[in-house]
Design a protein around this ligand. Sequence first.
Ligand SMILES: *[C@@H]1O[C@H](CO)[C@@H](O)[C@H](O)[C@H]1NC(C)=O
Ligand SMILES: *[C@@H]1O[C@H](CO)[C@@H](O)[C@H](O)[C@H]1NC(C)=O
Length: 212
Amino acid sequence: MALISSLCIFVLVAHFATTIVCHERPHQAALFVFGDSVFDPGNNNYVNTVASLQANYFPYGESFFKYPTGRNSNGRLIPDFIAEYANLPFIPPYFEIGKKHLVHGVNFASGGSGCLAETNSGFVIDLKTQLKYFQNVAQLLKNKVGETESKQILSNAVYIFSTGSNDFFAPLLTNSTFPYSHAEYIQMIMGNLTSVLKGIYKEGGRKFVMLN
Ligand SMILES: *[C@@H]1O[C@H](CO)[C@@H](O)[C@H](O)[C@H]1NC(C)=O
Ligand SMILES: *[C@@H]1O[C@H](CO)[C@@H](O)[C@H](O)[C@H]1NC(C)=O
């Protein structure tokens, strides 16, 4: 295994304290983020949706980033704090990865989404689609750093989820008759969540965290 020495660049970003961005640290676990508005760092800025499922306007962002990033918060979200504590840069939204380093992870979360494709369908990136985007990233990573290292990154990475609550909120907010029993509905939600976890497992993921 090639040992790439850590290269740390000190970057002074406007409105931030001095931030340390470390590149090419193969032994530092990456963070991949999935789920809903609790974790969405701005993916819904790129979705043709409704204002209530976006946060790209003031006062969102006013106390930390000083502009509305798309986070449903005046400041940082849980994945931002985890990234800080782990000495990772803020994990970028999938739609902003562009030429950025993928080795630290990517955030696929979309405000309003649930485990089910029906939940706010057409206005969010559902969990299954988030998995598809993750599979794209796994391929990009492989192209970029090679099979051995991408495997190592994906198996060392932490996969964190906040998902499921919108599957319960969404039907409550519509007047459509609800065709499932509680047990059936739970089973559908868990079944879909399980297939997404298995999809990540298949790409090498082993460390999973559920917010609740
Ligand atoms: C749902 O039904 C209530 C009572 O009939 C009605 O006042 C409300 O406007 C309906 N909401 C929607 C979203 O259709
Ligand atoms: C996933 O959800 C769909 C509804 O979106 C449901 O028809 C299907 O049975 C669920 N899959 C599993 C494995 O539970």
